[in-house]
Each structure stands twice: as C-alpha cells, then as structure tokens.
Design a protein around this ligand. Structure first.
Ligand code: RRO
Length: 309
C-alpha cells in the first residue's frame, strides 16, 4: 500500500505524517523515544540567519484544548545549526525538512542556499508566518510579500520548498495561489492563531511577550477550513497542521484536501503520536480497501447531508 504523498519534483515520503516545526527540536530531542523510520519526516525548529535568544518568559501557557506560545524563534542561527545539529541528520532514518525564516529577500536566498546538499535534508519549509517576532516575520498576510519570499527561497536552493502560511488572514485563497504561482512545491497550513491569556491576579498578559499563537485541538476546525479552502484553488500538495492528535484527526485533514499532516502540540503529551497515527492510517486504509491513502485526499463532499445519512 502506498502511504506516500508525492511532491512535485520528487519528494516522496514513507508516511504522510510529519512532525511540526517547533515541537520536535532539530531531530536531536526525541530520537530515542520515537521510531523515526516509520514517520514521514521531521520538520525542524525554524532556523534564522543569526542566532536568536527568543522571547521573555513565560513563553507558554495551557488554553482550553490547546496552548498558547510566544517562544520567539530561539535558535543557534544557520552556522550554529550546521555545526551543532546537522551532523546527526545524515544518519536519521527519516527525511529532515529544515524550517527557515529570514527578514529580507537576500537573506532568505542565502539561508536557503546554506542547506543545499547538506546530508539528510530533503526539503525546506519556508516559515512565512511566525507570529511572535517583534517587527514581524509575517510574510504571508499579503500575496505579494508571500510570492516575493518564495521566489527568494527558490533562488537559493534546488530542494523542494514548502511554504508555511499564516491563518491570521481573512482569505487564504489569494495567498495560496500566489505562493503556488511563485514556485512553492507544497503549502503547509496553518501556523498558530494569534491569541492571549490574562493572569487575573497580576492583571497582566500571562506571556512575557504579551500575546502569542494558539495551537492544539482547539484550532483544528479552523485549520481544516483553511486546508479545504486552499485545496479549491491550488494544485500543489497541501500539508495540514493544527490540532492533529489522532488518526481520525489526520483523516479529516486528508479528506479536506491535505496530502499529508504535521503533528505538533500533541507531541508534547505523547512523543510517539506521529508514529501511532501512521499505524492508524494504515489500518484505516486496509479496513476500507484503499489502494492508497491518497485516494481519499479531498474526498469530503460539500453541502448538506441527507437526513437519513
Ligand atoms: O518561535 C515561535 O515563537 C513560533 C514560531 Br517561529 C512559529 O512559526 N509559530 C509559533 O507559534 N511560534
């Protein structure tokens, strides 16, 4: 049975279940807990051109059916990552997708170029949508900025480029179209939804940075709708992200039009979630006589159900 979504220009994954950026380190945190040979790929924490310390604490807080984060993109910078993290990627039993973010076109191009030919790296995820950086690293709230950024990334690399989009927009469709037209091989959505928690004793925002991004099951219905809407206007594969914690969650994303999913917040509770969902999808495919899971991608039927259904 084929579990593999095939990306334009040839990235084929052994499972349609990946880990989401920011929830699995650089592949160096959970490798002893998870059988990485069975998941689709690891997506790393986002890498920037220079090292970053991240935002003031507290950086996370639980929310109903989810969590709020404002981590602020801490990472050792591209040189630090290549020196300290990349050497293990060659020997990991799954592909590595490196998440990248920069702040102007030339830096995006240079950053992308730095990962070309690094052993173990199979694709880049251009994080066009970090919600938590002062001055804004949000390149996907307008089609023009998103397109310019994807072009800059493509100019630096031969690797497949996945464009990760923000949900903090009114209409995802022109943005999805723009990144496809400018050469993205796939689109991942959604990043976190802007939110806030107030500490009523101190009468202050709970997070050190004030506001942050909401993730987890609370945002799943929102994410599903984004995937469904984007699917109507683009041909490239979509990777669904947002509260995927079970096989049934992953199936919903596939049926809404995603060729693959990423597991994020659920990993904090159970690091093996991506592996378990891979098993669950295989079981579903067997029980429903599917030759390929890709046969159900976009299979949701819009419209009103008959009462007898
Ligand atoms: O590091 C973060 O605060 C962060 C990033 Br880069 C992102 O893309 N999404 C998010 O919720 N947090």
């Amino acid at each position: 049975m084929n579990l593999a979504p095939s990306y334009r220009d040839g990235l084929v994954l052994q499972s349609p279940v990946l880990t989401a950026s920011g929830t699995f380190g650089f592949g160096d945190e959970y490798q002893d807990l998870v059988d990485l040979s069975r998941i689709g790929a690891i997506v790393t924490k986002t890498v920037t051109p220079e090292p970053r310390e991240g935002n003031p604490t507290p950086r996370t807080v639980e929310t109903p059916a989810g969590m709020l984060n404002s981590i602020g993109l801490p990472n050792p910078g591209v040189d630090g990552v290549l020196r300290e993290k990349a050497p293990i990627w060659r020997d990991l039993p799954c592909p590595v997708v490196v998440s990248v973010a920069a702040d102007d076109p030339t830096s995006w191009t240079d950053l992308a170029a730095a990962f070309d030919g690094v052993p173990g790296v199979h694709a880049l995820e251009a994080n066009l949508s970090c919600p938590n950086v002062a001055g804004g690293l949000d390149f996907s709230s307008a089609p023009e900025a998103a397109a310019e950024t994807v072009k800059a990334v493509r100019a630096g690399t031969k690797l497949p480029v996945i464009a990760k989009l923000s949900p903090n927009v009114t209409d995802i469709r022109p943005i999805a179209r723009a990144v496809e037209d400018s050469g993205a091989h796939a689109i991942s959505l959604i990043n976190t939804i802007l939110g806030m928690v107030v500490d009523v004793e101190s009468r202050r925002a709970f997070l050190g940075a004030g506001s942050g991004g909401v993730s987890g099951p609370a945002i799943r219905p929102v994410a599903l709708r984004f995937v469904y809407e984007a699917r109507q206007v683009v041909d490239v594969p979509i990777v669904g992200i947002g509260g995927v914690a079970s096989t049934s969650d992953a199936l919903q994303f596939l049926m809404a039009g995603a060729a693959a999913v990423q597991v994020g917040t659920a990993t904090f509770r159970q690091p093996r979630t991506a592996e378990e969902i891979t098993d669950g999808l295989a079981t579903y495919a067997r029980e429903h006589d599917l030759a390929s899971l890709q046969d159900i991608v976009g299979a949701v039927h819009p419209g009103v159900r008959p009462v007898s259904d």
